[in-house]
Design a protein around this ligand. Sequence first.
Ligand SMILES: C[S@@+](CC[C@H](N)C(=O)[O-])C[C@H]1O[C@@H](n2cnc3c(N)ncnc32)[C@H](O)[C@@H]1O
Length: 285
Amino acid sequence: MDPLQAKQQMTLSEFRSIREFIYAKSGIFFNESKQYFLENRLSKRLAELNLRSYGDYLALLQGLQGGPELKRLFVEITTNETSFWRNPPQIEAFQNIVLPDMAKLARERGQTRLRIWSAACSSGEEPYTLAMICHDLRDTVLRGFTVEILGTDISDKVLAQAQDGVYNAYTLRNLAPEQLQRHFVSLGRELYQIKPDLHRYTSFRNFNLVDYVGYRALGAFDVIFCRNVLIYFDEAVKAQVLKAFHAQLHPRATLLVGHSESIHAFNTGFELMHFSKAMGYRKRA
Ligand SMILES: C[S@@+](CC[C@H](N)C(=O)[O-])C[C@H]1O[C@@H](n2cnc3c(N)ncnc32)[C@H](O)[C@@H]1O
């Protein structure tokens, strides 16, 4: 298709086939109101690849050479909205309750490492928020621990941004000026880069949350943040992902999900933790 031509329209049957494919590969479920969204995101790819129909695009994805395009598809279809200090009451609960609790449990187990997983970390704002907190507590609550923060996502584009750790002034608006100065280096033109002493807490890698066999290789965690991603999954995928998180957490370790993402309905082996204006889940012993 000529890129200058009008956007290629997606038929309902094409939408349903692509939606099935996306669901099988990522767990992300698009209901019928999202046909226009997918058409918008993918028509550009059709034009770039010179393909005549979404059926041809699907055939490309399913073919032997489909791997690289699948990664590109994940970049196109994901919603990566995030921010520093997102949901402050929950972040405060992490700082004041969860971390001290986890450090205590880890000491009892003889651990010298604390491992935190930001599952679906988008462009890094969440893991760097956690790194700022851990850095500030390194000589008190976290004395004697090495802290590792793993950030994973399905989109290579946001992972590259997270790895760079460069943000503009608007993205950093939730930080106090003192935090900005302490943890970032100004690059000029309203851009700031995370300092190496914060970056060193983190590592980033691509991980698809529906890769159920891949979880084990990530190792055990003291805290898992999985915020604002379960909403894209249906009940069956949510249940599987929660089961996989459960298996990766130490006994009595903590899972923090987004504030609209109750996991009550699932018999998950977690108990609810009430914080001030926030919630979390603790793995039952
Ligand atoms: C709305 S962002 C949330 C970012 C961050 N957790 C927060 O709360 O601010 C959702 C992220 O989930 C990622 N995502 C969606 N499906 C995924 C999957 N199957 N595996 C891993 N990440 C996924 C998207 O790429 C996106 O970056």
